[in-house]
Design a protein around this ligand. Structure first.
Ligand SMILES: Cc1cc2nc3c(=O)[nH]c(=O)nc-3n(C[C@H](O)[C@H](O)[C@H](O)COP(=O)(O)OP(=O)(O)OC[C@H]3O[C@@H](n4cnc5c(N)ncnc54)[C@H](O)[C@@H]3O)c2cc1C
Length: 492
């Protein structure tokens, strides 16, 4: 049987599956893109055979639990119709699923937490390789590392680490998958203190589309290790386990400052100025929230361990105007993570449309005005916001080519985010136009986009800059037959 940490050993059946799969890969499989065709083309006996190979479960449309397993975090994707879902309980299950895909010309879609902005972990006519059954979290007290199955979500990870007074710098949403987050980089409130989630990664296990198991790390499959730290999900194979170095979990003082709509310009300029001097134990993001043609600025920050009153004063001084409201919350590490996770709200499924930019050059005063004007233009149903998250600190300790995450020396990322209260075509169209207007307004201050905030219609090379060509060659090396190809994975 597999275990919940994504056991790297292949069982006998999976070894046989690997052999069959290698044979299948030479047979130039035809790719099937619609569920009807795939259902007709794959004989029932082949599905039965696959089900018999698995430690986990094969779910087909109509099976109990299929609809639930097929749904992702965004209800907008509920209409997608995969041909089947392999609930993978071991690396051997992943190898068997790949063998099946190669033999029958079905595209696989790796899936972990299901939070992809563009629904990249599902699709019509695809076979979803769902690693969620491998969700174990095991802390190693002897070297302070933690190993997770690739199906673990951030909430699982922090719950275990908190018991040991340790942390891994991650994003804030407890239901985001550790795998998807890490593969794209992983930014959050501890990034300036401890780096990206990907920077904490020390190794793991990946099953490539040929069925081979790679134990990657600094000294083994080092090229793969490079690409998996910020090069994006679904490009080289399916990761089944991840091991991270951990750091001390510090208490944090959270602060939230908000100003009136007349102060948008000075808040964005002042926040930007303060970023250049922010100590690494401080993190502070800027929201420009908009509704009904009014844009309101606020800053939410946290100082890990120390320095909150000094930081609030320095931020307010840089902005040059007292906030209308100012709140602080002194929290344990777990309390601070819970605060940013947003309680029950953070776990509620929601629909959104979003895009991103990476702020590589200071935003000038004139451009700040353009951005505020573009944000104000939101006229659809739902709330929209520009959310600027600082980089810097420990993120910039590595060079731009040291890992696949290209934006080591950028100032910040910005997310142009619409929480869709209606998913009608017209409303999604308004959101698309609004995001396009924001991209236009930020202009040359942007040097690219953030891979974990993919958006439809954007070139994949925008997300990796100079690292893109190296990622492409890695993709050719580990997936030479293009088994994993999709609109949102390499080569794009
Ligand atoms: C509510 C919300 C909050 C977020 N907050 C943050 C944040 O604070 N910081 C941040 O950096 N990002 C954040 N994100 C973005 C998030 O990091 C990305 O969407 C991430 O890719 C999600 O990973 P997942 O495993 O949940 O998603 P999935 O949809 O399962 O996967 C995402 C991509 O990775 C691939 N993939 C999944 N599992 C594997 C695997 N085992 N092996 C290989 N490829 C795999 C998928 O095929 C897909 O292409 C947030 C997203 C949402 C929706």
């Amino acid at each position: 049987m597999g275990n919940s940490l994504g056991d790297h050993r292949l069982n006998r059946r999976a070894l046989l599956a690997t052999g069959a799969a290698l044979f299948g890969s030479g047979a130039a499989a035809k790719i099937i893109s619609t569920p009807g065709v795939a259902d007709a083309a794959v004989p029932t006996s082949a599905w039965k055979h696959l089900a018999g190979e698995l430690d986990g479960k094969l779910l087909r449309p109509g099976d109990d639990g299929f609809a639930r397993a097929a749904s992702t975090f965004d209800p907008r994707r509920d209409g997608k119709r995969p041909v089947a879902i392999v609930r993978a309980a071991s690396a051997g299950d992943v190898a068997a699923a790949f063998a099946f895909c190669r033999s029958h010309g079905v595209h696989p879609r790796p899936r972990s937490g299901g939070h992809s902005y563009v629904g990249a972990s599902t699709g019509n006519g695809v076979l979803v390789i769902d690693v969620r059954p491998m969700h174990g979290v095991h802390y190693h007290a002897e070297d302070h590392k933690v190993t997770v199955g690739a199906g673990a979500v951030l909430g699982d990870l922090h719950q275990t680490l908190d018991r040991h007074g340790r942390t891994v710098p991650t994003g804030t949403c407890p239901t985001v998958g550790a795998a998807g987050l890490t593969l794209g980089g992983g930014i959050g409130t501890e990034s300036r203190l401890y780096g990206l989630t990907a920077d904490a990664l020390t190794g793991g296990t990946l099953v490539s589309p040929s069925g081979h198991i790679h134990r990657f790390g600094r000294h083994t499959d080092a090229d793969l290790f490079w690409g998996l730290r910020g090069g994006g999900g679904g490009n080289f194979g399916v990761v089944t386990s991840l091991t991270y170095a951990t750091s001390p979990a510090l208490p944090g003082t959270i602060f939230r400052l908000s100003w009136g709509h007349h102060d948008n310009h000075r808040v964005l300029m002042g926040w930007q100025e303060r970023l250049a001097h922010l100590p690494r134990h401080s993190w502070a993001n800027l929201h420009l929230d908009t509704a009904g043609g009014v844009v309101s600025p606020s800053i939410t920050g946290v100082c890990w361990d120390r320095g909150a009153s000094r930081e609030i004063k320095a931020m307010v001084d840089a902005i040059g105007r007292e906030p209308l409201s100012r709140r602080t919350y002194a929290e344990s590490h777990a309390g601070a993570m819970g605060w940013f996770a947003g309680g029950a709200n953070g776990r509620t499924r929601q629909s959104w449309y979003a895009g991103s930019d990476v702020v590589g050059h200071a935003i000038t005063s004139a451009r700040t005005k353009d951005i505020i004007a573009a944000v104000r233009k939101w006229n659809g149903s739902g709330a929209a916001a520009a959310i600027f998250d600082p980089l810097g600190g420990a993120v910039s300790d590595l060079g731009a080519a040291d890992t696949a995450f290209r934006w080591r020396h950028a100032n910040a990322t910005v997310q142009w985010y619409v929480g869709l209260s209606s998913t009608s075509r017209a409303n999604v169209g308004r959101a698309t136009d609004w995001v396009a207007g924001c991209h236009h307004a930020i202009g040359r201050s942007s040097v690219g986009g953030y891979l974990n905030y993919l958006e439809p219609g954007r070139k994949l090379s925008d997300y990796s800059g100079d690292n893109y060509d190296r990622l492409l060659s890695l993709n050719t090396k580990y997936d030479p037959h293009g088994i994993l190809n999709s609109r949102y994975s390499l080569p794009g």
